[in-house]
Design a protein around this ligand. Sequence first.
Ligand code: CAA
Length: 291
Amino acid sequence: MDVKSVGVIGAGQMGNGIAHVMALAGYDVVLNDISQEALDAALETIKGNMARQVSRGKISENDMQAALSRIKTTLNLPDIGKTDLVIEAATEREAIKQAIFEDLQPHLLPHTILTSNTSSISITRLASRTDRPERFMGFHFMNPVPVMQLVELIRGIATDEETFATCKAVVDRLGKTAASAEDFPAFIVNRILMPMINEAVYTLYEGVGSVQSIDQSMKLGANHPMGPLELADFIGLDTCLAIMNVLHDGLADTKYRPCPLLTKYVEAGWLGRKTDRGFYDYRGEVPVPTR
Ligand code: CAA
């Protein structure tokens, strides 16, 4: 199947990045959110990130203008139904994602492929509530989407080969690399990454190190581009906690129990960069550790 148009649901940090790379690759993009403010903010972010790519010589001014003209925004979910490929990138809560797919279903074209950018929720379970489990799969980007090379493609139990091949061709056209992952809790990247981040929070909780010494140790001692606590703030502490809970519930192993300190930060509303405070306080000139 030849994909020409892509519908992106959710204009948050993943959704705007997905719209960005799809438009640059030549796809017509329809970006949907329930909030006009979120849509406006997403367009500003996309313009800012594309302008940075122009200034670094990665793309031309013409590429940027052409890509921006291919992005339409809408508050009306049914508009998404007329696209060839839908990528849902709403909040990482199963009930929300299910409600979106239910509302969208009556407006879909027969051939439309449905995908979710979920970082951990069962693709098979999400697919089973739709009318097209064979044309449903996981399409998981990494943050920041314009920079990260990998896309995880996750087949549900019913996903057919044509759907996988079509999504793989889209990843190829984006110039990214697809990794095929089986549909088990948190797939590959987060199955490995989140327990490391959770362990970093335990290391802080138990007083083994401070925020600064933990991040510095992993940056300088293991050559990670960001320390694990800095990375947790970047991903969002609510998302990290949600993924740990999916691992804990889905694999029923105590080694995946979320650190109580991670839960406490989320309860405080200190969710990382998006709320200006997490393991670091971002309200001043430079980030300041909060412990
Ligand atoms: N859009 C476009 N370009 C961007 C960008 C964005 N949002 N963010 C950064 N860039 C570009 C910069 O312009 C720069 O380009 P050049 O190489 O041409 O100069 C390049 O990326 C590097 O950026 P910076 O120089 O500003 O900063 P940096 O060298 O510190 O790199 C980083 C920033 C790429 C984010 C790096 O710190 C990094 O790789 N961090 C780890 C990110 C990571 O692990 N992501 C995965 C998270 S897990 C996930 O996403 C899965 C999930 O489900 C939770």
